[in-house]
Structures are given as structure tokens and as C-alpha cells.
Write a protein that binds this ligand. Structure first.
Ligand code: FMN
Length: 275
């Protein structure tokens, strides 16, 4: 049996969580009849960079863990159309995993489960985990932590039991997915930073090129290190820069971050959504 971890994860948190779900699942299934008495093989399939987002077709015997962060209460809008056309199962068992930055998972988890269902997968379980927000270390600080890890192990154990029993797929609400969340500023009015891009401090940049290599949109010019294309504010280039040469200085973006720090710093109790 192959356990395939397909993750879109610009700053790496989602991928690490999905990988730990896969490891628990593999340990639970090792030696069981549903995987032929052998130990399942975990296959990491990063789906973050433009060149990684290829067409994937999965056989019925595979188990797919599909993982993505929550952006504005939904699946990232630049990723969604690609997932819709490129990810296909053939009755393949699947788990949906989302991470969100301690504000709200919104509709993203249900959206991912419905997408898997529409694309020929058989979703057996789904969970959304509150984690440290990519915009600020003051929201969801240091998560996932030990409690989150035990929740992710619980998802994996439930999925293993369902696989062994040949259980029915998740029953999900099929009503239309709601709108994207409108980010707010500290004063409660809408924050408009859709077109904002990171600024580069040329005095700090030593042209290592990491920013251009990690941009999921391929939007950073490898020669100038300027963001020349669409920026989804994922924070990958900012976090990857070893010299702190990149930052998002847009006033509306900074005000949204301040709003998150004011209102969503406390650890959420309802951190995990299990469907
Ligand atoms: C553009 C953007 C939008 C986000 N929107 C939300 C949101 O609506 N709710 C929330 O709780 N967290 C939100 N987050 C936080 C991410 O879901 C969280 O940081 C996630 O773990 C990042 O995943 P990654 O490390 O795999 O890139 C957002 C982050 C980004 C970059």
C-alpha cells in the first residue's frame, strides 16, 4: 500500500502535519490484512511549486492525504482550479487535512472534502488544525504542539480503523461553499492588500536566490529578486530569506496583522474539526 502525501505548503507547516498523519497511519496499518500484511510505503508528493503541480492519477489501492492551508476561509484561490482538474482518484481512499492560523478554518475543510469526492476519491476523514499564523508568530504561537499532535494521531487512527473495516466515506454537507473571508483592519474596516507585494531591501539581499526558488507562483525574478508577478502573500519568500531582506510593508496588510494579534492571540479551544 502507498500512502501519498500531496501537500500545498508554502511555509511548510501543512506539509509537516500531513506527514505526521501519514506516519501514524502507516504505523497503525503495518502488518494488517488491508495492506497485504506489509508495511505501507509513504510517498511525499509536494504540490507547492509551479513545476510540482502536475496531473496526478491515483489507483484504488493508494491512500491519499490531501493537505492545504486555509487562505481567507477557503482553499487558496490560485490553487483551487489546479486541484480541480489535476488531482484524480479512482475510488481511492483519502484524508483531507487543513491548517489554519488560529482565526478560522471557514469553509476550507469542507471544500477540500467535496473536491476530493468530486474527483473520484473516497474521503474517509478530515481535520483542520489551528497552527501558528504565517503572518505573525503572535497568533497560534508554537503550534502545532503536543495536543495537536495527539489530535492528528487520532485522525490517523480513525482512518486506519475505517480502512481495515472498509467503512463508508464521510457524509458531508453538499450545500454551496460560502464566500471568501474579507480581511479586516484593526479598526474593523476591510483591509485591501490584494495587490501588495513584498519589498526588497537591496542592502540586505546577497542574491542567494532562495526567494525565487520557493515562490509558489513563480513570481520572483531570479535576476533582480523583485516580485514581478502575482503575490498570494503566502510568506514563503519572506521566511526563506536568511538575511531578512524581504517584508510586506503595505499599511492595510500590517493593520490586518495587528487585528489578528489583538483578537486571535488566545489559544483556540475548538482547534480541530473532525468531520
Ligand atoms: C494569504 C493567507 C491567508 C490566510 N487566511 C487565513 C484564514 O482565513 N484563517 C486562518 O485561521 N488562517 C489563515 N492563514 C494562516 C494559514 O492558514 C496558516 O499560516 C497555514 O498554516 C500556512 O500553511 P503553510 O505553512 O503550509 O504554508 C492565512 C495565511 C495566508 C498566508
Amino acid at each position: 500500500m502507498r500512502i501519498c502525501v500531496v501537500s500545498f505548503s508554502p511555509t511548510g507547516v501543512t506539509e509537516r502535519l500531513a506527514q505526521s498523519v501519514a506516519e501514524t497511519l502507516a504505523a497503525e496499518l503495518a502488518g494488517k490484512a488491508c495492506c497485504g500484511g506489509a508495511a505501507p510505503h509513504i510517498e511525499r508528493i509536494p504540490y507547492t511549486l509551479p513545476g510540482e503541480r502536475v496531473e496526478l492519477r491515483f489507483a484504488p489501492e493508494a491512500v491519499v492525504i490531501a493537505a492545504a492551508p486555509v487562505y481567507a476561509g477557503r482553499l487558496p484561490n490560485k490553487l483551487l482550479p489546479e486541484l480541480q482538474v489535476k488531482l484524480a482518484g479512482s475510488g481511492t481512499a483519502a484524508l483531507a487535512v487543513c491548517t489554519f492560523g488560529n482565526r478560522s478554518c471557514g469553509e476550507a475543510l469542507r471544500e477540500l472534502v467535496l473536491l476530493l469526492e468530486q474527483n473520484g476519491f473516497c474521503p474517509l476523514g478530515a481535520a483542520a488544525f489551528a497552527v501558528q499564523h504565517a503572518f505573525t508568530g503572535r497568533v497560534g504561537t508554537a503550534r502545532p504542539d503536543a495536543a495537536d499532535q495527539s489530535e492528528s494521531a487520532r485522525l490517523a487512527r480513525q482512518a486506519a480503523a475505517k480502512l481495515e473495516q472498509g467503512a463508508a466515506p464521510l457524509a458531508v454537507d453538499h450545500s454551496p461553499i460560502g464566500p471568501y473571508y474579507t480581511p479586516l483592519k484593526a479598526d474593523g474596516t476591510p483591509a485591501k492588500f490584494l495587490k501588495a507585494k513584498p519589498v526588497l531591501d537591496p542592502a540586505r539581499c546577497d542574491s542567494c536566490g532562495r526567494c525565487a526558488q520557493c515562490c509558489p507562483m513563480g513570481s520572483i525574478d531570479p535576476a533582480t529578486h523583485q516580485t514581478v508577478g502575482v503575490c498570494i502573500k503566502c510568506q514563503a519568500c519572506i521566511q526563506a530569506c536568511p538575511r531578512g531582506a524581504r517584508s510586506l510593508a503595505d499599511p492595510d496588510f500590517l493593520s490586518h496583522v495587528a487585528m489578528l494579534e489583538q483578537n486571535f492571540a488566545a489559544r483556540r479551544a475548538d482547534n480541530v474539526v473532525l468531520l
